[in-house]
Design a protein around this ligand. Structure first.
Ligand code: PMV
Length: 358
């Protein structure tokens, strides 16, 4: 376990307000399966998104009853408050000062509700970032930017695994393997400086096949990996994919990277289908879109690839330079397969940002 400072002893008149935004992220090599205290069974890499993000403000005050109220889009939401309270209790050993504070949290997502876009990565990265800012305001312990981000990534991981990657701009790796000595199971690490500049303006259009709640949650899915007979082979494959995708991303080799991305997306869903009990989250229109994307690629030679997270929606990934060709294809052939023609245009972005003094 990383030995962060564990400040305690909040001055009794302490109070303040912090604010930040944190984006969602899309994994290219997928984290699927975990153990211990939210540790990944294999390494993963993601692109940090931008348009899909959470804005969070935390008002804090010492001397009360250490209560918590949570407002989502201005409405008091006790179910979320319970989840956050459980999380804060679970990290008391790392952030002991939190139990001395009353917290009022206001949070909102930029992406519409029920788009099927996981909000836990952005929400938990924003919360973790806010907690670090409070720690720094009270104790001055996190002046070093790298240390601040490491602690924010660590705390985000304990809330929702993939959230740890949303702290960093452009791209982040989470999970140790022998292909990258700096990689860690405990925190994500920034990859911006290790990948080709083409990724700074990379696009991700999220095509909403269904915005309904999925039938099996990601945490249940991770759990089912324990008895999945393919799990050991899968974890090996992920490590091989990580080493290869890092080479491809450093070189800006979008074809080599794209082959891995699509294999990863389909492997993730194959693992769901081979779990006991088995389940399928793709919809018929997910497969129809995959066919059309591959046919478009064959016809145009453009580096346009798809990925999926744990749901039926397609993430269409392409460089900014391909946008003029991709847009008419999308409008013509993909949007008609979306629920109510819905999609969300996103692109690679800057990671969690402090907006306290903005
Ligand atoms: O962080 P969780 O527990 O929501 O799991 C995320 C799992 C995937 O989105 C499918 C893959 C990933 O690496 O983000």
């Amino acid at each position: 376990m990383i030995d962060f400072p564990r400040p305690d002893g909040v001055p009794h008149d302490a109070h303040g307000s912090v604010a930040c935004t944190a984006p969602s992220n899309i994994a290219l090599v997928k984290y699927w399966g975990k153990h211990g205290r939210q540790l990944p069974s294999n390494p993963s890499i993601s692109l940090t998104l931008s348009a899909a993000h959470t804005r969070t403000r935390i008002d804090y005050r010492a001397g009360g009853t250490a209560g918590l109220t949570f407002f989502f889009h201005g409405e008091r939401t006790d179910a979320f408050a319970d989840r956050i309270e459980r999380y804060l209790r679970s990290i008391h050993d790392i952030t002991p000062f939190v139990r001395e504070l009353d917290l009022e949290i206001h949070s909102e997502n930029t992406f519409p509700h029920s788009t099927g876009i996981a909000s836990s990565a952005s929400a938990m990265a924003a919360l973790a970032h806010g907690l670090c800012r409070i720690e720094h305001d009270l104790f001055g312990t996190l002046a070093d930017r790298d240390l601040f981000r490491r602690k924010a990534s660590y705390l985000a991981r304990l809330a929702s695994g993939s959230a740890c990657r949303s702290i960093y701009p452009t791209a982040a790796v989470w999970g140790a393997w022998n292909g990258l000595s700096a990689a860690s199971d405990e925190v994500a690490i920034p990859m911006e400086d290790r990948i080709h500049p083409v990724f700074r303006s990379y696009r991700d259009t999220i095509l909403i096949v269904s915005g309904s709640e999925k039938s099996v949650s990601s945490s249940a899915g991770h759990g089912l990996m324990t008895d999945n007979p393919y799990a050991p082979v899968r974890f090996d494959q992920a490590r091989t994919h990580m080493t290869r995708i890092l080479d491809a991303m450093a070189a800006g080799d979008l074809e080599a990277m794209g082959r891995i991305i699509e294999a990863e997306a389909l492997t993730l869903h194959a693992l769901m289908m081979t779990s006991t009990p088995s389940y399928v989250l793709m919809h018929p229109n997910t497969l129809a879109m995959i066919d059309r994307i591959r046919a478009f690629r064959r016809a145009t030679d453009l580096p346009v690839y798809f990925t999926l997270d744990a749901g039926p929606n397609i993430h269409l990934l392409y460089p900014a330079s391909a946008e003029p060709d991709v847009r008419p294809f999308m409008e013509d052939q993909l949007l008609p397969l979306c629920e109510d023609g819905r999609s969300l245009d996103d692109r690679v972005g800057h990671g969690a940002t402090d907006t306290t003094d903005a």
